[in-house]
Design a protein around this ligand. Structure first.
Ligand code: IPD
Length: 296
């Protein structure tokens, strides 16, 4: 029952690569099936998709974990959707999004990945994010740093923060925000007003806004220094757990909009406020997860 973090990290990396292979194969077989039946991949609407590859990849990950670490617990996006709602307890618990960025996957937009994290005693210890179409592997181990491996980055490149801290001004910021899958008019309207203000406020406008379409990869881009911050409303533990390890280990911060600590399995509440420059300004790195974190 010993907890060997290095060994678990090696297991998570190897499993993520195996999953990445399955994701690539699944993409090759996807085109024919969705052109005949697009409705088969819809969850709540056309901005919320699930494919056979999401399910098959999660099954593979769950099976390998069960075979190798039968006493570990598992929280996964598709298992949760099927009603298997595990708590985050004291035991080692894997948190997995088999394909983060499913819409990108369906559209062959290459920013999608498997996101796999391990929490122990309710703390995140390991994060692995592998983007198979980009061949980018990010991994992090609490207390030991986060790293990036690409065909051009071997040996692994350590990810130190490259952006000044705290963020001196939004004028120096390229930021990542998402539209999300809740497309009710009032929700989208608030997000649109947020983007409008951040893009146009005189003397304090951001350099640009990017919507990557993957929460996990957005966190990794923060860790890498490619964007100054990533702000998201309403995503789930499996979307961000691995990415948070990358951000934290690179010296960044994962915080709520009031600077408070985010909890991994807090509820995905339906309220939403506008994110203003005042909220973002002066933050080091910001990954807001729960909708309820925002001021009314
Ligand atoms: C989604 C993506 C998206 C984010 C959503 C997530 P999925 O994950 O990460 O960028 O805006 O909040 O749910 O559904 O593709 O696994």
């Amino acid at each position: 029952n010993s907890f060997n973090a290095e060994e678990l990290l090696a297991f998570a990396i190897s499993l993520s690569k195996e999953a990445g292979h399955l994701i690539r194969t699944g993409r090759a077989n996807l085109a024919a099936s969705i052109s005949t039946d697009f409705s088969s991949i819809l969850k709540k609407n056309s901005a919320d998709l699930v494919t056979e590859s999401d399910k098959a990849t999660e099954e593979l990950v769950k099976k390998r974990i069960g075979e190798t670490y039968p006493h570990h617990k598992f929280i996964g996006e598709e298992s949760w959707a099927a009603g298997e709602e595990n708590d985050l307890g004291e035991e080692p618990t894997w948190i997995c999004d088999p394909i983060d960025g499913t819409t990108n996957f369906v559209n062959a937009f290459p920013f999608c990945c498997i996101s796999l994290a391990l929490a122990y005693k309710q703390k995140l210890v390991i994060g692995v994010v592998y983007a198979p179409f980009l061949d980018r592997l990010y991994y992090g181990l609490a207390g030991s740093g986060s790293f990036l491996v690409t065909p051009a980055d071997t040996p692994p490149r350590q990810l130190p923060l490259q952006r000044p801290l705290p963020l001196p001004s939004l004028k120096q910021a390229l930021i990542a925000l998402e539209w999300g899958s809740d497309r009710r008019q009032e929700i989208v309207g608030k997000k649109a007003r947020t983007m409008e203000r951040l893009c146009s406020e005189e003397g304090n406008m951001v350099q640009g806004i990017r919507s990557i379409g993957s929460a996990a990869l957005s966190c990794c881009l923060v860790a890498e220094g490619a964007v100054s911050l990533y702000h998201e409303i309403g995503c789930w533990a499996w979307d961000v757990a691995a990415g948070w390890v990358m951000v934290n280990e690179a010296g960044g911060l994962t915080v709520g909009s009031k600077g408070h600590t985010l909890s991994l399995l807090s509820s995905n509440s339906p309220d939403l406020g506008i994110v203003t420059p005042e909220i973002l300004q002066g933050r080091k790195y910001c990954c807001v997860r729960a909708i309820g974190d925002l001021p009314a």
